[in-house]
Design a protein around this ligand. Structure first.
Ligand code: ZN
Length: 318
């Protein structure tokens, strides 16, 4: 037996439809079904209406038509005597639309999965074919918002800076125990980091680079926490110290290994470049350094590019 489709079955639950206008798209005027609203300050229900405004929400398409729901949201007066909130707007509920969101929860769910599966630009292109109103920026913003879930009581964190879209620096905060990003701060100023740290007194260990900004902010906000250098800086320092020591002792190492000459053909490209740079530096130093033998008047040592040890052409002193 055929049954007609009622407009109320199209909109999310919790809304009552007042008017439907169909053109190139579908515009639905609706209002919340609940008679009362709960104050966000004291959780007391109130029925004293102060006013209303229209909140526009994008929804899933119907019959290849984009759908927009104009919801008449009411403002209520709080009836609590000791509540600081005097007037508040009713919330539509997490199943209908999140606070401050401009689309319904079910549309946001689809946008999130499209963004995860395809990425920003391909997902936006595919969404256009599905009549889903979402740009590539919306795709990425939705994925990021859902990826950064709030972490309660981080204890061990890492702080470092990041470069945003080639324009400015920001600060990234990671929970090192859960291996998750927990905050993206808009800049890398000491005051911004200090304010964020001061709001999290449960932190006990902070890993950061050896620059002064993050260390100072941590010392001012949380003077009792343990500050450590992050692993990347330690590995960089160890690597640089090892290369420096090897460079300075290369002659002794070759002598101990019994290799007096270096064959450039047996080196890799990068090693060969380093080797030619090393020879060039030696040549430059030799031109400016006289013979070590004070009795010898020679001011220039011969150029012997393939040997490690070099001697004076006049007195043969090494
Ligand atoms: Zn209240």
């Amino acid at each position: 037996m055929p049954r007609s489709l009622h407009p109320s079955s199209v909109v999310p639950r919790g809304l009552l439809i007042d008017h439907v206008e169909i053109g190139t798209g579908m515009t639905i005027t609706a209002r919340p079904a609940a008679a009362l609203a709960q104050c966000p300050g004291c959780d007391q229900p109130s029925s004293r209406i102060h006013g209303c405004y229209t909140r526009t929400l994008s929804d899933l398409p119907v019959a290849s038509r984009p759908v927009v729901i104009d919801v008449r949201v009411r403002r209520f007066r709080c009836i609590g005597s000791d509540c600081r909130t005097q007037i508040f707007a009713e919330r539509l509920g997490p199943d209908l639309a999140a606070a401050f969101s401009r689309c319904t929860t079910r549309l946001n769910y689809i946008v999130h999965h499209l963004g995860l599966a395809l990425g920003g630009r391909p997902a936006a292109s595919f969404a256009r074919r599905l009549m889903v109103p979402a740009s590539r920026d919306t795709m990425l913003r939705t994925v990021r918002r859902r990826a950064v879930r709030p972490v309660e009581h981080p204890r061990v964190i890492g702080i470092d800076d990041y470069f945003c879209r080639g324009q400015r620096y920001g600060t990234l905060v990671c929970d090192l125990e859960r291996r998750r990003v927990i905050a993206l701060l808009p800049d890398r100023e000491s005051g911004t980091v200090e304010a964020w740290l001061a709001a999290h007194p449960e932190i006990t260990v902070v890993a950061h680079d050896r620059g002064g900004c993050y260390g100072e902010a941590t010392t001012r906000a949380l003077p009792y926490v343990l500050q450590v250098a992050d692993r990347l800086r330690l590995m960089e320092n160890v690597s640089a110290a090892f290369l420096d020591a090897g460079r300075k002792s290369m002659a002794a190492i070759r002598f101990a290994a019994g290799v007096a000459t270096v064959d450039p053909e047996r080196l890799t490209c990068s090693e060969r470049l380093q080797y030619y740079g090393y020879l060039q530096g030696r040549r430059r130093a030799r031109r400016s350094s006289p013979c070590r033998d004070r009795a010898c008047r020679s001011r220039k040592l011969p150029e012997r590019t393939s040997t490690v040890a070099s001697s004076c052409a006049t007195c043969c002193a090494v």
